[in-house]
Design a protein around this ligand. Structure first.
Ligand code: ZN
Length: 225
């Protein structure tokens, strides 16, 4: 079951106060419409009834896809990130009973993400049936190879995103939140990473919920999480 509450929001354009529905737990099982609305950004969009201005409401929430046994906690600042980390690790219970119930389930992919880019990247990977751990290593390999052959300051991160022209996922080179380049993914590398790092990925991914660049670097360097 999804959980939400109404919050008073003052429109930054016309300064009139309105109510906005904030989600604590987004559950696509009880609210199937949210599946697409989350992906389009509709769920987080505030449309001012007075002046029709729209803006994005960025706040922490939990996302649950029971059909795919997926649970993601989202944070957009370090305080909320730490709070979510403690809940996911079992250090403290969530104030939401529904979240504690989901966390007790077995065979789930549980993730903690920071910021919208990482959230949408995870959703896209899972939608495509790709493993995010394998893909983080693929991204690391691409990034390192590109840094060797190109100017170091060309980009800051590699991101798996939807291509505007084609539906395929491609790697975008990101700098200061902007796309500065594009690389097509060689599918052979995905399989190569699975065959080379399979044991270490299994070993490192089972108990963790933070699967990002640092996780991938530790796996590749053979360090235990
Ligand atoms: Zn307004």
């Amino acid at each position: 079951m999804s959980e939400s509450f109404m919050e008073k929001v003052t429109c930054p354009y016309c300064h009139i106060q309105h109510e906005f529905k904030k989600w604590i737990l987004i559950d696509t099982g009880s609210d199937p419409d949210l599946y697409d609305e989350v992906r389009s950004g509709e769920t987080f969009k505030f449309v001012c009834p007075s002046c029709t201005s729209t803006y994005d409401m960025n706040y922490p929430f939990a996302y649950h896809e029971p059909e795919n046994r997926l649970f993601i906690m989202y944070a957009n600042n370090s305080e909320d990130y730490e709070k979510a980390r403690r809940i996911l690790s079992g250090e403290v219970p969530s104030e939401q009973e529904a979240i504690n119930e989901i966390l007790g389930r077995q065979g789930y992919k549980k993730r903690l993400v920071y910021g919208r880019e990482e959230f949408y990247e995870k959703l896209l990977l899972f939608d495509r049936g790709l493993d995010d751990g394998v893909m983080e290593i693929v991204k690391l390999i691409y990034g390192e190879n590109l840094a060797k052959t190109q100017k170091e300051d060309l980009f800051a991160a590699v991101r798996y995103e939807k291509d505007d022209e084609k539906e395929d996922g491609v790697f975008f080179l990101m700098k200061e939140g902007q796309r500065v380049g594009k690389v097509n993914i060689d599918e052979k590398i995905y399989d190569w990473v699975i065959s080379n790092y399979f044991d270490r990925i299994i070993e490192n991914i089972s108990d963790t919920f933070i699967v990002n660049f640092f996780w991938a670097r530790n796996v590749v360097q053979g360090r235990q999480q």
